[in-house]
Unconditional design. Sequence first.
Length: 167
Amino acid sequence: MKTTIILMVSLLLFSPLAIGQQKTTVTKKGAKATRIEQAIAARDIHIMVNQAIPLNHPSIQLTSDYWLRLKHDSAFVYLPYYGRAYSVPYNGGGGFDFAKRRINDTINVKKDGESTWQFSVRTDDDNYQFNVWISSDGYATITVNCNNRQSISYYGECVLPEAPSTK
């Protein structure tokens, strides 16, 4: 009987703490989703890549800083490449490292906060088609298709500026 009373009292005392913690987590997720939506609407997103997924090969964990930055009408790309190249320029064949203007830019935002961003980039060496999927939690998947190389995908996370404090 005493243990039942002690158990009931402890549940009553600690239940408000658990509910408050859950609300804080939901609020933080909502705030992050809002900041991601604002960054996409402003056409300014920075994705840090931590995994490369070549076609027909196992995934590769990346230890260096690789990224994709989409700002206004440009794409700033610094990504490694693993896979088969059909035709590469002389002294070429490395990863993707360029800053070019995006063309055929399309953004689709779903009701649940997920976004897809599709665009093309033309360089002197090749034409690239990028498909970027961004979740409401800030995780991103990038798929790159080009004429002279096999497709490759990347996995990473959006880097957002710090939210202004409300102190």
